[in-house]
Design a protein around this ligand. Sequence first.
Ligand code: PLP
Length: 440
Amino acid sequence: MDHSFLIKPMLDDIYPVIDYGKGIYLFDMDGKRYLDGASGAVTANIGHGVTEIIEAMNEQAKKVSFVYRSQFTSEAAESLAEKIANMLPGDLNWCFFVNSGSEATETAMKMAIQYWQEKGVQTKTKVLSRWVSYHGITLGALSMSGHPGRRARFVSLLEDFPVINPPYCYRCPYNLKEANCGYLCAHELETAIKRIGAEQIAAFIAEPVIGAAGGAIVPPKDYYKVIKKICEENDILFIADEVMTGCGRTGTMLACEQWGISPDIVALGKGMGAGYAPIAAAIATEKVIEPILAGTKVVMSGHTLSANPQACATALAVLEYVEQNNIIQEVEGKGAYLRTQLEKLKSLFKFIGDVRGKGLLLGIEFVQDAVSKTPFPRNALITQRIVALAKDKGLLVYPAGAGIDGINGDSIIISPPLTISKKEMEELVHLLKETFNDFS
Ligand code: PLP
């Protein structure tokens, strides 16, 4: 399988070849079993090899797999749009289907700019964001991403959209405690808007829980209320990037619901197709779509495979499965249990600085010294070593950034399929403990 090297991020890595998946496990060609403790990249939300999804995929394949979006719509796409509108809070009713999370956030960005253009405002073309964030790898999405490592090689092609500090209480940029912090990091948005000019800014985008760049960083209680108020006072749309947090991962369909705010545009991906198909969506409220429908009438974006019937039928089956099996309702309880078990590891291993997260999107930050929170040196490659050790033991965890710049820090994300049982969570924690034992 040497010819597959082009898909490997590191050319000297030996990648096992996967044979099949079942439930929360993957099995390679040598028969080795891996507990999928990260759902791949926080994607396989309902686990692997679910019969109902495979059947729905076959049924759609028998009917039609592809129609072009400017010639036809399909029953699968229409039903999926309706299902999503019903599952999402408020009037997030207008779905634009794409193939990846990066396309979803980039479409959301374009929708926001187009919204203002249709209203006759041509100057609002910037989309502000935070440092320690990841919104995708394509150039528009990367422009919004406060991820220095992923931006570095392409800075000349990128807009400087990240402008404010993240709500990273473990490493508060102001050294304050949450109870009396006054949400200074949220108020930075006000200062940035004054500096840049509200007339230039179409939207502000944020991941409700910071994922790949920070390792499941959860903002404090009223953070998003402050952010939303600042957006509203300045005529700036709020885009929730729920590519990682959406579709039940944190215990509600959207993580935003837990902060009591409703976004103007939402990006979904990952768990929407749960890895069974490449599909994602940008979803707009009535307010956002109204001037677009009254004006140009189309969202000025799209891909050949947008709203692909095969992918839509698959995502529809996934969301129906999630609903019928009450999967989201169980996330809070499972997440609380898993988090408690992970917190117990903290007292055993001095290099665990922080255990955090929401629902089944949990993170562990590693530090050299838990009291001073001193990060390990960059060249110690701590995250990479821990991820590799875990994989040897048959446990998959997801490497994430950490540190106030999203680079100088180490963390992993633990985000098993939402269908994980208590016994399987115990096995996950056991394998993690063995990994940490080997590491220390
Ligand atoms: N937004 C968030 C919050 C993500 O976590 C990711 C991927 O990790 C993306 C966007 C990009 O999604 P994709 O890799 O499907 O393009």
